[in-house]
Write a protein that binds this ligand. Structure first.
Ligand SMILES: [Zn+2]
Length: 371
């Protein structure tokens, strides 16, 4: 397998392995790196694996993920005075963008000969991992917080994954997953929030946006941030396109969090390098309720590097955006996706995005799973 794992903050690097830990020198989760060709090779097929020359070179475990529609806004963009497009990630096989990461992660794990994987998730990542594990013939154990949406839990179980409900706040599910992997040697912790392979799969969203728009990428991309894999995948993916000479600069990628749990936004506002300590409250945007994102330092550094903003949005604003999207645009999404829309308005008010500029909001998941 070509490529290596590198630390985003120090010089450390190591070969590819099935279960990479954080950097032994500074504790940061590692990042997948591979030499890129000098120019974009001929691409074939559609979806995530169309960009195979840029991904880990493994046999794909695929359900046709990626290749999602990019549609112009009809009304909300005009109201906001910007050129707005939506990337409909709810059209992925399990209903969210996480399929991009899960497809690449499970493909790599299968290549390494693993038999059984564990993850902790509030729903979408769990469903994605369970689906791709089923496709690959691997066992999966998912640790979920007790308050996760019932429809999401039913979906995880439908794929034959073992479901372990963990009482208490979200971090308890992470600890339970790690504990189980220590106790059962053949069970491997495949964290979507930390795995470099998961993040590598999410870069395909940037590649696709570039190709969808004939490499005339938008000035802004606005995403909900929990663990930050989508945010970092986009920044890294656009950076790859710069390295390939296809675009001139990385768009400003902005981070939106729910005010109830906003460690990145708080740290950004205070000018800090590491996520702020927060006491997480409940939010309808359950996909972003992560109080201590393992890649937090990397997210904050990347935000400053690409000139992105970080904004927190209230529950009222999230719900208003969630109601507006289906009525104004015909787009039924999960509340976490609506948080990005609510954040878009805040970014315009604060002058991060100016009238007439172009923006893409990836609508991260379908509304059909409900909350
Ligand atoms: Zn390091």
């Amino acid at each position: 397998m070509k490529g290596k794992l590198t630390c985003p903050f120090c010089e450390y690097s190591e070969g590819l392995g099935p279960q990479p830990g954080p950097c032994p020198r500074c504790g940061t989760p590692l990042v997948y790196w591979r030499e890129l060709p000098s120019r974009l090779p001929r691409l074939s097929g559609r979806g995530v694996w169309r960009y195979r020359p840029l991904l880990p070179d493994v046999a794909p475990v695929s359900l046709g993920e990626g290749g999602t529609p990019l549609v112009p806004s009809i009304r909300l963009g005009r109201e906001l005075g910007i050129e707005l497009r939506f990337k409909l990630e709810g059209a992925n096989p399990t209903g969210s963008f996480k399929d991009r990461g899960a497809s690449v992660l499970v493909s790599v794990l299968r290549e390494f000969g693993l038999r059984k994987v564990a993850d902790d998730s509030s729903g979408n990542a769990g469903a994605a991992l369970a689906a791709y594990a089923a496709r690959a013939g691997l066992g999966a154990v998912l640790f979920v917080p007790a308050h996760a949406s019932e429809k999401k839990l039913a979906q995880i179980q439908a794929y034959g994954a073992e479901l372990v409900t963990v009482p208490g706040p979200r971090p308890q599910a992470t600890l339970a997953a790690q504990q189980a992997c220590r106790e059962e040697p053949e069970l491997v912790y495949a964290s979507h929030n930390e795995s470099p392979y998961f993040e590598a799969g999410l870069r395909s969203l940037a590649y696709e946006l570039g190709e969808d728009l004939s490499w005339d990428v938008p000035e802004h991309v606005v995403v909900p941030v929990g663990g930050g894999a989508l945010f970092l995948g986009l920044v890294q993916g656009f950076s790859d396109l710069v390295r390939l000479g296809l675009i001139r600069r990385v768009p400003q990628v902005h981070a939106v969090q729910a005010a109830a749990c906003a460690p990145i936004v708080r740290a950004f506002e205070l000018g800090r390098a590491s996520p702020a300590l927060v006491e997480p409250g409940r939010t309808v945007a359950e996909g972003v309720a992560i109080a201590a994102p393992p890649r937090g330092r990397e997210i904050l550094a990347a935000l400053r590097e690409v000139g992105g903003g970080a904004v927190a949005v209230s529950e009222g604003d999230i719900l208003a955006a969630w109601e507006a999207l289906p009525r104004a645009e015909g787009l039924y999404v999960e509340p976490t996706s609506a948080a990005a829309m609510a954040g878009l308005s805040a970014l315009i008010r604060r002058g991060y995005i100016r009238p007439g500029e172009s923006a893409v909001v990836p609508l991260t998941g379908t509304g059909l799973k409900g909350t």
